[in-house]
Design a protein around this ligand. Structure first.
Ligand code: ANZ
Length: 817
């Protein structure tokens, strides 16, 4: 078959990946080459990707970038002599399979099985070096049994609890909706407006770990931008709670600026605040009720967007604890119910949102701080603040809170933006929550010996108007006897993020039937040394940190390993050639299997994936790229075949030095690039190396056969992480022992790189007659011959024979007559 953009140089020597790649894949598999155990005298490395959700669509070249990065790292580390665990599994619960089931009637169990088979086939084709004996699947009862066990442990410690919470609800479809199913306040299915409805839900108490999750971020070897995202998500905020009294009782506000309390000219409550009802006067009842209904339809994000301020007056007043004056109480949706106390003191002179609000509704604005800079840690000098006038903001913050505290009207307070993790899903396709309720509705953990709580098979997956999941319709399944007492099972399933919060521990001990993992194995393999992915900056990466902190507190993993992810390798996206995001629906995806089957092979594709751009940058796909890297591999192949067919004889010191210099320069560059994850520049260095080899071959042929053999073998070793198949094939053709992937990583010798030629002074009977420039490492005979041949030497000698030649290595030749 003809490959576009590739000229056929010589059929006999043609590089044909399909003759090589499947062959080596089979050998690696049959020999279980990449399987590992803890019984090793090598130091360990643990390298994985964020495991995939095996969707119905084939993987595209964007997904593949991620898997290639981790595979290159793994192969490199193996060659460097590490005991590398590199493995993969499947994150299989979740909405896509369930929606597919609702649409087509194909059970999620069946479609997932098919999708896994497809993904495995694709990854296998790419020559990924996984330890397949450790493969896991989160919807396998042998796996989710342990997710349920962890739930129970959290429940026993009070870290899994139930609480009423507002859920998106579509009145038309009569169903609960996840956040991502609400688009601009509308249901994703029917397009009608959605509302919030209070429902009892299960939560994990991640907020109890807020402080330590925040503190540990500092030491993580992660990209700064991801660390910042996590810090902001946790959102620690130090301030005070101040009390404003009203006729209906006290209103507590949370503020980071107690120094501005003299400028608080009104209060704003979230429309959902519990005191709104009692504060609303008769005249204001209708407008307040209407405003509350409108606010219900907006998401928190929409409410925080910077747009025109809306709100209504309740008709009531509160007493400002500092000034003693009566200030009006309003409600507005820019105050969120879930943060702080759901009520704020508005200081329009010093807070932008409050200022807009005051301007819109014509409320008083009183400046109380002078010379304030615009940044968040506002500092200025107090004014209009009674006894506190003239104080700095920071001093006043403390003094004012202390003064109010003395009157029981204030206290310092730290808040976190982070909310507890809602894990109930009114859905079929998830791990059942291992809880049952007694007659009084009290929740009980399912005893450990009754795990797993199996997800029953059904052909009825759709949610209904009950607000509960499909499992709620399975009357037989719901009944359960616990310690002789009849109970009713919880019918919600768990958020998929529960299953993905601990899977890296199961990789360490995938077949354990007695424990989720053995601490011994976990302490051997964890933390993950390189965790590769390009998503879930806060969700998954924060949830799993929380679980690990919990595991460490329980002693199931060493405290020093409570951070699961050592180095986070956060890759950029590959976009379609036109710069759009690749997606099946846009029809612009490129399937790696197609490229392989066209004849370019997996190695060319892998190489291009690494060459295309620095790994952490997003970049557009380029159709000419793979033919380019294919041509490069073709050149490696051809050069090797030519050498094997026609090893030269004889020696050439200059050639030898030059070959070694090129090679050692390349070893140095590729090694340091790989250490710093500079994959693209490492590939460029390999290409340059091959170009230089071709020039030398053209000039000298394959004399210096031993050196050629040495440098070509080294080239193959350097190429192996990127292009494992061709490297393995050439390694064996060159007579290498075992697999190239365990054959060591070449080490460069600086002495061979520094200078390719040396300048040597030439004297005749002690008198300087000139200099010669000659290859470093040239033999003494060659140097003497070059010195004798020097023009001035010939002239001075006038045909006389030298009596002896003195040679000072690397410096001078003295020809004595
Ligand atoms: C008075 C004030 C004066 C404020 C000033 C700021 C500047 P962090 O924690 O950093 O986000 N706030 C408190 N609860 C809120 C809620 N539920 N919804 C919306 N806004 C809320 O900032 C806390 C500040 O955000 C608090 O301090 C409060 O406004 C507002 F010159 O109180 B401040």
């Amino acid at each position: 078959m003809a490959l576009a953009g590739v000229s056929v140089e010589d059929d006999m020597q043609r590089y044909t990946p399909r003759d090589i790649e499947p062959k080596w894949q089979k050998i690696w598999r049959d020999q279980k080459l990449f399987e590992v155990t803890e019984q090793s005298d090598k130091p360990k490395k643990y390298v994985i990707d964020m495991f995939p959700y095996p969707s119905g669509a084939a993987m595209h070249v964007g997904h593949m970038r991620n898997y290639t990065i981790s595979d290159v790292i793994s192969q490199y580390l193996r060659q460097k002599g590490y005991n590398v665990m590199h493995t993969i599994g499947w994150d299989t619960f979740g909405l896509p399979a369930e929606n597919y089931a609702i649409k087509t009637g194909v059970a999620p169990q069946a479609s997932i099985k098919q999708n896994i088979a497809n993904f495995k086939q694709q990854l296998g084709q790419l020559g990924m070096s996984y330890d397949w004996s450790r493969e896991i699947n989160t919807s396998d009862p042998e796996y989710y049994r342990w997710t349920q066990w962890i739930f129970i442990k959290l429940f026993e410690k009070g870290l899994a609890y139930q609480k009423e919470s507002a859920q998106w609800w579509c009145e038309t479809d009569k169903t609960v909706l996840a956040n991502e199913q609400v688009e601009a306040g509308k249901c994703w299915r029917c397009g009608n407006e959605v509302v919030k409805k209070l429902m009892k839900q299960w939560f994990f108490k991640i907020t109890e770990y807020a402080e330590e999750l925040l503190a540990d971020i500092d030491d993580l070897d992660w990209p700064e931008k991801i660390k910042t995202m996590q810090r902001n998500w946790i959102g620690k905020s130090q301030g005070a709670e101040l009390i404003f009294t009203t006729e209906s009782g006290p209103i507590t506000v949370f503020t980071t600026r107690p120094d501005t309390v003299y400028g608080a000219t009104f209060l704003v409550l979230a429309p959902e605040h519990e005191l709104v009802e009692s504060l609303t006067t008769v005249e204001n009842h209708d407008s307040v009720a209407k405003y509350k209904r409108e606010a219900q339809k907006k998401s928190d994000i929409a409410r925080q967007e910077n747009k025109e301020k809306t709100g209504v007056f309740t008709g009531s007043y509160a007493v400002n604890p500092a000034t003693g004056s009566q200030i009006p109480i309003w409600i507005a949706d820019y105050v969120l119910p879930g943060y702080g106390t759901g009520a704020i003191m508005a200081v329009p002179a010093h807070d932008e949102r409050d200022q807009e609000f005051a301007e819109t509704f014509d409320l008083p604005i009183v400046q109380v701080v002078q010379g304030e800079s615009k940044d968040v840690h506002a500092e200025g000098v107090l004014t209009n603040s009674g006894e506190f006038d003239g104080m700095s903001s920071s001093e006043a913050r403390e003094k004012i809170v202390a003064a109010l505290a003395a009157r029981d009207l204030g206290a310092t307070k730290t808040n976190f933006k982070m909310r507890d993790w809602l894990i109930s899903r009114q859905r079929y396709w998830g791990a059942p929550i291992p809880i049952a309720y007694d007659k009084n509705g009290k929740p009980h953990a399912i005893p450990e010996d009754q795990l797993p709580v199996l997800l029953p098979e059904t052909d009825d997956y759709a949610p209904d108007s009950s607000g509960k999941g499909p499992l709620d319709r399975d009357e037989a399944w719901k009944k359960v006897v616990i310690n002789g007492e009849e109970m009713t099972r919880e019918t919600d399933t768990m958020d998929g993020y529960a299953c993905s919060s601990w899977y890296f521990l199961r990789y360490a001990d995938p077949k354990n039937n007695d424990q989720a993992w053995s601490p011994e194995k976990a302490n051997y393999w964890l933390p993950i040394d390189y965790y590769c992915g390009g998503d879930h900056a806060v969700s998954h990466l924060l949830y799993s940190r929380f679980w690990f902190h919990f595991f460490a507190r329980e002693g199931w993993i060493e405290r020093s390993r409570r951070e699961p992810v050592g180095k986070l390798v956060y890759n950029g996206y590959i976009l379609a050639e036109d710069g759009n995001k690749m997606s099946k629906s846009k029809g612009n995806t490129i399937n790696p299997s197609d490229i392989i089957e066209q004849g370019y092979g997996a190695d060319s594709l892998r190489l291009f994936e690494m060459f295309i751009a620095p790994y952490d940058q997003s970049t557009n796909w380029n159709t000419n790229g793979v033919p380019g890297t294919y041509r490069f591999l073709q050149r490696v192949w051809t050069l090797s075949q030519e050498f094997l067919a026609a090893e030269g004889t004889g020696s050439n010191d200059e050639l030898k030095a030059e070959l070694l210099k090129i090679t050692h320069r390349t070893i140095k560059k590729v090694s340091s690039d790989l250490e710093g994850l500079g994959f693209n520049t490492a590939v460029a260095a390999l290409m340059e190396c091959v170009n230089d080899f071709y020039k030398l071959k053209a000039a000298h042929g394959f004399v210096e056969a031993d050196t050629w053999r040495e440098v070509l073998t080294t080239l193959v070793q350097l190429l192996a992480p990127f292009a494992p198949h061709i490297s393995e094939e050439l390694w064996s053709q060159f007579g290498g022992e075992g697999s190239v992937h365990f054959a060591g990583w070449p080490v460069h010798d600086d002495a061979l790189i520094v200078e390719s030629t040396v300048e040597i002074a030439v004297q005749v009977s002690g008198k300087l007659r000139g200099t010669i420039s000659i290859a470093t490492g040239a033999s003494r005979e060659a140097i003497e011959a070059a010195a004798l041949a020097h023009e001035n030497v010939q002239k001075t000698l006038e045909g006389k024979e030298p009596t002896r030649i003195i040679y000072v290595p690397g410096r001078l030749v003295n020809i004595v007559v």
